[in-house]
Each structure stands twice: as C-alpha cells, then as structure tokens.
Design a protein around this ligand. Structure first.
Ligand SMILES: *Cc1c(COP(=O)(O)O)cnc(C)c1O
Length: 423
C-alpha cells in the first residue's frame, strides 16, 4: 500500500512492502528460483501475462519487486525494473529503444564505465554514440541529433566532473525531437534531484552507490515516468507485433507500461541481467535511511569543500554547493543538495595529489564512491584510465584531480585526516 500523500521520507521506509496480518514486519528475502502453482491453467495465465504472479526469479522475484515498487515511488515514476548493476541498467535503458543502426547522444562528462560501454561496446553492437558537452548551448547539442537518434542520455550530477545538468534545456531539445531524455540520477538520488518532475522521461541508477549506501552490493535500476509517446514510428520495437502476445505490440499489450515490460521481457528474461534477491533486499534496506544519510552527506561535504577552498596547499575545489563552482546556479535550481562527492587538486599537480591520497589514514583509496565511509580515488589513473587526454578533458578530468567521497563519520575527524595528509 502506498498513500498518495506520503512524502519521500515515508516512501523510503514504507513503500514496496505491506505485511498482511501475521506476516513478517520486514519484507522477507525470497531466496527461491521458482514459484508453485496448483493448476496448469494458473501458470499458463501468468506466462501469457493475463494474470499477475512470479514464475522464475530470472524474470521477477517478490524481494526484487518490493525494491522496484519503492524506487518507482521515490522517483515518482509508474514502474521500475531492477538490473544486476548500474552498467546493465544503463545498457538496458538504451538498448531497449535503440538497436544496430541507431544512434544516441550522450553527455561527455559521465562515469568512466558508462563512457567505455557507450564508446566501445555499443559500437560493437552497431549503436553509434555522439558525446557532447551537455553544458554547451542548445544549438551545439541539437547539431548532434540525427534522424536515427533514439535518446539523449546524461548524468544529473556528473561523476566525477560534478557538473549539474540543465534539465530545462535538455528536456526541451528531447521533446522537440520526439526522443526520450534518459537521466542517470546516481549521485543526487531521488532525495536530492527529481528528474521526472524536471522533464526527464526515464531515470536510471547505479544502486551500488547511495541507494545501498553501505558499499555491500552491486545493483542497478531503471524507472519509467510513463509519459513518453512511443507510437511516433521512431520506435518499431515498441509498436511491432510480438509472437508472445498473439500479434499485439508491447504498446498495445501494456499501454504506458510498455517500456518496462519490454525491458523485462528482452533483457532481464532473455539476456539475464537480473538482480539477486539478497542484493535487492540490501538495496531496499539502504533506502530506508536514504533521506537521513543524504542530508548528512551534503552537510559534511559542504564543510569539507569550504575547508579545502581556504587551504593554501589546495589549487582548486569543485563542489556545486560552493558559490565559486560553475554549477552553483544550476545546483540551486535543480538540486536539494550536491551529494557527498567533491573533487580537488593539490598544488604541485598529479604527484602532490597522489602523495596526499597515500597519506590519508581514515579515508581509504577504493574504487567505490558514494557510501557511508569516506574514500578517495584518482580518476585519471583509475576509473577513467582508458580515456585519452582529449576524452579526459571532455569528461572534466584533470591529471591532478582527487575525487573525495565524504562519508558519515564525524566531520571533524574527516577534516583532521585531510589536514594531516596535506601536512
Ligand atoms: C558507478 C556508476 C555507474 C555504474 O554502476 P555499477 O553499479 O558500478 O555498475 C553508473 N553511473 C554512475 C554515475 C556511477 O557512479
């Protein structure tokens, strides 16, 4: 049960699972591959999607479904589908509507894994991607759109460039060209940014980051706002007859739920990008404190950013909560806070930055970002190492950049650790 009036904090705790009398208060981990039916007809009806039910955990699972319902509620979408990772969520969100011969426009300042997926793996699959600076003027972005372009994709808050997306500009371009605007909302989470209310059509997340929040499990999710019109002729996969549904298309069969049902049918069921029940359960558990964690992440990161900004050994700091940040205005307009992630450079360049990282004690060097433990990473030599110099520049990454993910420890201890490392 979800009450329409519930605010996001309530949804984060209550949505997705409601016990019937005598049931466990906490949603269970349904660690089962399969589901039992009494008659062949009952199972047949579920297969034909004439009635609701679970069949096999590669297709759906009650624990994963609870996570999906909660995420759809948190983002204000109509439906969601969990995936095995953020990477698979990105892939499914785009390949669900683009196939060999098609084209996508993507922001250039995006997560390194996403860049590699779109730049190299999509190319092998026959889908071309043009990367553009999403903070460029509308005319520049529109020039990248072709007749076969099927989506505009970008990050609401770029990892690690920390540039904020201009939602009004991008949603206007997408609407004008009748293509969906797909937003990776991983860093802000639905608590700090509301893409579907700001003109996005589809939202994706790496649930591995703030959603789980504790660095325990890899996962991803796609949420559909349910408002995009797939029947313009640009998306034949949505409107062509399907053998499975007696010749009906996904749109005819599922109406506004077509996009998520197509993703489930072709990518989760056929290809198997499924999230395990345990990981769904952990992501769900993490969500229960999302609002409290995000407020504190923002508060701590703001303090650390202000501390670094006045430090004589720091050459630059980038955090959209700082007035000096070029994304400050956009952050004020579109975000409730700028997350716990910030970037900076140490005077002396790359070597000095690495020396500083090596001297941290509380903050560990890890590949992860966006969880409760403060951590650091050197994007140019780690997550974005496959990018050449030009691509690094377009991704907003300099050789001296340290990405700091400010955790939920006492902020005085975090700052003291940075202080001693810089010393
Ligand atoms: C980590 C990340 C991804 C990829 O997610 P995984 O869960 O690691 O597969 C995608 N987008 C952003 C912004 C990320 O930070």
């Amino acid at each position: 049960m979800i009450d329409k009036n519930w605010k996001i904090e309530t949804l984060a705790i209550q949505a997705g699972y409601t016990p019937k009398t005598g049931d466990s208060r906490v949603g269970p981990i349904t660690q089962s591959t399969t589901y039992a039916y009494n008659t062949a007809q009952e199972m047949e009806d579920v297969f034909a999607q004439e009635s609701q039910g679970h069949l096999y955990s590669r297709i759906s699972n009650p624990t994963t479904q609870a996570f999906e319902i909660k995420m759809a509620a948190l983002e204000g979408g109509i439906s969601a589908i969990a995936c095995s990772s953020g990477q698979s969520a990105t892939m499914v969100s785009l390949l669900n509507i683009a196939q060999a011969g098609d084209h996508i426009v993507s922001g250039s300042a995006i997560y390194g894994g996403t860049f590699n997926l779109l730049r190299h793996t999509f190319k092998k699959l026959g889908v071309e991607v043009t990367f553009v600076d999403l903070n460029a003027p509308a005319e520049v972005i529109e020039k990248a759109i072709q007749a076969n372009t099927k989506a505009i994709f970008g990050e609401s808050l770029g990892n690690p460039a920390m540039n904020v997306m201009d939602f009004d500009k991008l949603s206007t371009i997408a609407k004008k060209n009748k293509i969906p605007f797909i937003v990776d909302n991983t860093f802000p989470t639905p608590y700090l940014c509301r893409p579907l209310e700001l003109g996005a059509d589809i939202v994706i997340h790496s649930a591995t980051k703030y959603i789980d929040g504790h660095a325990t499990s890899v996962g991803g999710i796609i949420i559909d706002g349910g408002k995009f019109d797939w029947t313009t002729g640009k998306f034949p996969g949505m409107t062509q007859p399907q053998a499975d549904f007696d010749g009906k298309s996904f749109v005819e069969k599922f109406k506004e739920l077509a996009y998520i049902n197509k993703a489930r049918s072709e990518f989760i069921k056929d290809i198997g990008f499924v999230l395990s029940p345990l990981n769904s359960w952990l992501a769900n558990l993490g969500l229960e404190t999302l609002h409290m964690r995000m407020d504190r992440h923002c508060e701590n990161a703001q303090k650390v950013a202000e501390y670094l900004e006045q430090h004589p050994k720091i050459s630059w700091v980038k955090y959209p909560g700082l007035k000096s940040c070029e994304s400050y205005e956009l952050a004020q307009k579109y975000l409730k806070g700028s997350s716990g992630v910030l970037t900076f450079g140490v005077i002396g360049g790359r070597e000095a930055s690495e020396k500083m990282m090596n001297s941290l004690k509380l903050a560990k060097i890890v590949v992860h970002v966006a969880d409760i433990r403060t951590c650091v990473l050197h994007p140019a030599s780690m997550t974005h190492r496959q990018l050449n110099d030009e691509e690094l520049k377009a991704a907003g990454i300099s050789p001296d950049m340290v990405r700091l993910s400010v955790g939920l420890e006492n902020c005085d201890d975090i700052i003291a650790d940075i202080e001693q490392a810089l010393a």
